[in-house]
Design a protein. Sequence first.
Length: 691
Amino acid sequence: MQRVGARPQKQSLFSLFEIPMSIPEAALQRAAVLREQLAEHNYRYYVLDEPSIPDAEYDRLFAELQQLEADYPELIGPDSPTQRVGGAPLSVFDEVQHTVPMLSLGNVFSEGELRDFDRRVREGLGHEQIRYCVEPKLDGLAISLRYEQGVLVRAATRGDGHSGEDVTANVRTITSLPLRLRGAHPAVLEVRGEVFMPRDGFEALNQRQREQGNKTFANPRNAAAGSLRQLDPRITATRPLRIYCYGVGVVEGAELPDSHYRILQSLRDWGLPVSPEIRVVEGVENCLAYYETIGQGRDSLPYDIDGVVYKVDSIPQQQELGFVSRAPRWAIAHKFPAQEELTVIEAVEWQVGRTGALTPVARLRPVAVGGVTVSNATLHNLDELRRKDVHIGDTAIVRRAGDVIPEVVGVLAERRPPDAPMPKLPTHCPICDADVLRAEGESVARCSGGLYCPAQRKEALKHFASRKAMDIDGLGDKLVEQLVEADLLHDPADIFSLDTQQVAGLERMGEKSAQNLIQAIERSKATTLPRFLFAMGIREVGEATAANLAQHFGSLEAIEAASEEALLAVDDVGPIVAKHIHGFFAQPHNREVIERLRAEGVKWPEVARPSAEQQPLLGQTFVLTGTLAMSRDEAKQALQALGAKVAGSVSKKTTVVVAGEAAGSKLTKAEQLGVEIWDEARLRQLLDEYS
Ligand code: I6G
């Protein structure tokens, strides 16, 4: 999660002589208190990983400070937490000289090489056993951060180690990074660290890029690099970058501890994020044990790492060992097996999903990627396939990270064999032979077979039985496949007429498990309307939309009878979703399945709908755009609670557009259409009125 933004700050911005007299004392004091509180909460959230207030409360404090600064702009300083994004886009990055060069790190790839490194260190120091400070090696970009009098004044990339690029404006947007250090700190402190993008943020960013027809990033590292090298910091501000600090460069005006580990603790005390995985270990055996542990837990870390780094902990010992060809003799990176590998695409096949979407899947010459054999990788959709210029027979870069499905990142066109064919979208479904259709402007092609297609049927039934839908305990993916293959299930209603004998007759199914399944099916009949709607698997109707539909209409009958127009009044429902919902209920086949489900005893309690009094904004549609001080979610929930619909795009039907900072095309459209435009203060006023 990204917070709106803040930085620790202990002092007031002004010395006694500088306080502008136009600011009332109360405002001045409140701003100082808010800054202190925000700094403390930010520190707890990002550095200690122990938040003590909900995000919504944090956002409220932030908004209050923002309001105060709007009322009294003299309160704003360059290190104000509200001023992370500022200034015009750059045309080029300035060059920055590194006073202390940013060195590189030697690598080892095996236990033997690590033992050699440790032996050299022991011999160099004349010690039996060495104490090492150890930490994961993040797969990101090295950065140098310069704090003067506690304030972040410059951030620079490593570049060639002697000079890098000035990326201060972009680095300021990283909300976990303090713009001012906490407590007593050196007069000048240059910190080194790694900027990275967590995997979930990377996936979401690529999804967004795909939806907007933009180029996707090959991996989180490239995404972090691309984001840091944006000339417009407003774009960087939308990217979920994080940072962990791992060392220091220039230090003036303070004596640092003589242990690397304790220096890192000092950084943490000053509010700088450092990896929570850092440990001190004695001797090479414990380094290897750490490597093992981190390697095993690697997939469950929220970010990519490519190894671990061992550093001699004692600073005097580091100094004694010195450097060799611009790399420290006292530190080494122990790399994991790569998570990207090269292999050959032997075929491209098409997988059919629940909604009939055809996904191209590359069948690969099996290859070990990060310790796991990979023989299939997704190519997402036809547009991606074309964008990546994939041909059958190509040598491809395959990436596997965390528990994400392996994917083809790109191909090496220069290694393409002559006459390598381009994969073709089939004209007929590879499973059921129905026509494959592709709507204009859509990147997804679909099988038109509906539930007659066994692939769609299996996926639809898996979805129907899944935990967040009908929650039929024991009816997992494998069992659904067996039941479909045994011709026992054609549609969801069939599930409720299964009997113990039929189930017990399946492979690897005993009498007892069959009985348990039948009981679980029975139990699932008592459900809720949102679950039932979600279970129907209507395109684009996820859990949240299902809940909104249930809340808005109150009954299935009302939803079935609703026109597209009426559906548009529901939160999160735009024209495309309305069309899908309406189309679904217009199909006699779907109505018939619903009728049979109800006849089998599937039922739900009525949905209590709030009164008109509780929903004063019923029938009004709001659009939120630009950067708001309160989180988008908070604003959306507050408006929805009052009965408003919050839409993603502006149309003539929009009642109000709330425009925050740096609002773009939606604001322009609202102006063109003459839609009412509010600033955030006006929205706050409205919410306060009803609170
Ligand atoms: O590139 C690096 C990544 C991580 C490093 C590094 C590091 O420590 C965790 N440490 C040093 C000393 C250097 N590069 C030069």
